[in-house]
Design a protein around this ligand. Structure first.
Ligand code: ADP
Length: 192
């Protein structure tokens, strides 16, 4: 079973993806986490991605498409994947359809997290404070200015994948402003 979660930064996709991963034996693939791992490893790819990510811009389509293509071929993805943060453009969505179509393992559902943008800015402030309080390093793109750009990039480049998936009949929407366990329940209801 392959699932895609879509929503602006801070919508709670990653939180839900982790819960679903445990519950359904799927593998969560976050292209953001994969790119941060490249940065931490100091790879050429990581070096190129860092400046774009810190500015809240997207990394080129061919880079993330290549990363995902390699990753979904691994044995831990055999039972299915929760795609978190990918696809982020219509181009990426088309590439993913092609890859999964070739494997004969299409997407079961695309879950859109509907959220209020101002609330996302508040959530980010809380997330930054909690990270600092825990003595951990704040992500390079976790600041208010970059978030505003990430939201703009979402509206302009990622939101067009919503009508794209609506056209395929796979799109479902959940209210991302509800408490975490309510969102989980809503998603589980969709997967029944
Ligand atoms: P969030 O969901 O909090 O916005 P992510 O961890 O998913 O953050 O992504 C962080 C950054 O990584 C993005 O702003 C972008 O620069 C880059 N990135 C992640 N996934 C993709 C993707 N599919 N295509 C292009 N860039 C991506």
């Amino acid at each position: 079973m392959n699932i895609i979660v879509i929503g602006p930064p801070g919508a709670g996709k990653g939180t839900q993806a982790k819960i679903l991963e445990a519950e359904y034996g799927l593998k969560q693939l976050s292209t953001g986490d994969m790119l941060r791992a490249e940065i931490a490893a100091g790879s050429d790819l990581g070096k190129k991605a860092k400046a774009l990510m810190d500015a809240g811009e997207l990394v080129p389509d061919d880079v993330v498409i290549g990363m995902i293509a390699n990753r979904i071929a691994q044995p831990d993805c055999a039972k299915g994947v929760i795609f978190d943060g990918f696809p982020r453009t219509v181009e990426q969505a088309k590439a993913l359809d092609k890859m999964l179509g070739e494997k004969g393992k299409p997407i079961k559902v695309v879950i859109e997290f509907a959220v209020n943008e101002e609330e996302l800015v508040n959530r980010l402030r809380t997330r930054i404070q909690q990270t600092i309080d825990a003595g951990q390093q704040v992500r390079g793109d976790d600041n208010e200015e970059t978030l505003r750009n990430r939201l703009k990039v979402f509206r302009e480049q990622t939101a067009p994948i919503i009508p794209y998936y609506k056209g395929t009949g796979l799109l479902k929407t959940v209210d991302g402003m509800l408490p975490i366990d309510h969102v989980t329940q809503a998603i589980k209801a969709l997967l029944k």
